[in-house]
Design a protein around this ligand. Structure first.
Ligand SMILES: Cc1ncc(COP(=O)(O)O)c(C=O)c1O
Length: 304
């Protein structure tokens, strides 16, 4: 079980992928072995969802992408409008309208030599857009996610800032491997002080006595779904706190759930072998999920 489980869709065997201005069959879509992303994980990306013809919360995703690119000194080489056009062209080439997941990736581009110096990336950025038919599996709501707390923590911004949605995800992958070996589905990661922070691929929330708690927002990706959930709680008088809390609070929670663009909100039914919420979706989770669906509908209406 994973938060990214999607129903198998045979149409994905023949999708068209955007690679630097060309839209090619997936078997022909390739980047160079000299690409900075392949060689070094030197790039940034966004995961987006399309509902009823609308790329939801696109502006927020572009904000985050450009902010990350600015931080790592990567010239995307395209404006926001040009990126939006490239996304739309990819969707049009695939005749995609609904239940689509997009991975938009920008790297520092092809290098002259296989070394890390950014000045060796002399050919301009590489832009790849993969759009797949992708309907989240309903099983995940029935079965819930089992988390395992791993020794690998989210770093301080002094190292690789967790706010970067970077191509190099090794910290998260090592954490996930550890959780998988422990028989869980995903990794729960702590911050450098031992407070509960996030998972390897999603943001993490708990519910205690009707209150929604999530980490302070330090040391984790500034998730767009996370921010939307906090906003919805505030707008609908569900008490919500961005605060430090420990595994004592997490094990004792009435409900726990994950947030991310792909799965929206996904319930957690077990943390380190402790059952959470009687292994069924809790009332606060269900309410937030309903409110979030309403927000998506609103975003779709704004686009039409
Ligand atoms: C480590 C991590 N945390 C959280 C998220 C969820 O962020 P968002 O809600 O913007 O999809 C992601 C998604 O890419 C992620 O990689």
């Amino acid at each position: 079980m994973s938060t990214h489980d999607a129903l198998e869709d045979p149409r994905n065997r023949d999708i068209r992928i955007y690679v630097d201005g060309e839209i090619l069959h997936r078997d022909a879509a390739k980047v160079s072995v000299y690409d900075s992303g392949f060689l070094l994980g030197d790039g940034v990306w966004e995961g987006l969802r399309v509902h009823k013809g609308r790329v939801c919360f696109l502006e927020e995703h572009l904000d985050r992408l450009f902010e990350a690119a600015r931080y790592i000194d990567l010239d995307i080489g395209k404006t926001r409008d040009e990126l939006t056009e490239a996304v739309q062209a990819t969707l049009a080439a695939n005749d995609m309208e609904d239940n689509v997941h997009i991975r938009l990736m920008v790297t520092r581009g092809r290098k002259r030599k296989p070394f890390q110096h950014p000045h060796l990336s002399v050919f301009g950025s590489t832009l790849v857009i993969i759009a797949e038919h992708s309907e989240p599996s309903g099983d995940v709501i029935d079965r819930g996610i089992r988390l395992h707390t791993v020794p690998h923590h989210r770093g301080l911004p002094l190292t690789q800032d967790a706010k970067l949605n970077s191509h190099s995800k090794l910290n998260c992958i090592i954490a996930l491997n550890h959780a998988l070996r422990a028989g869980a589905d995903e990794a729960l990661m702590l911050d450098p002080f031992g407070f509960v922070n996030t998972t390897n691929a999603c943001n993490f929330f708990i519910v205690r006595k009707g209150e929604v708690w999530t980490s302070t927002g330090d040391y984790c990706l500034n998730g767009i779904t996370r921010r939307k959930v906090i906003g919805l709680c505030r707008a609908h008088e569900i008490p919500v706190f961005e605060r430090n809390y420990s595994l004592v609070d997490a094990y004792g929670a009435d409900e726990a759930f994950l947030t991310g663009t792909f799965g929206a909100q996904t319930p957690v039914y077990e943390i380190d072998g402790r059952e959470i919420g009687g292994c069924k979706p809790g009332p606060v989770f269900l309410r937030i999920r309903e409110l979030y669906r309403g927000l998506i509908e609103q975003d779709i209406r704004q686009g039409s």
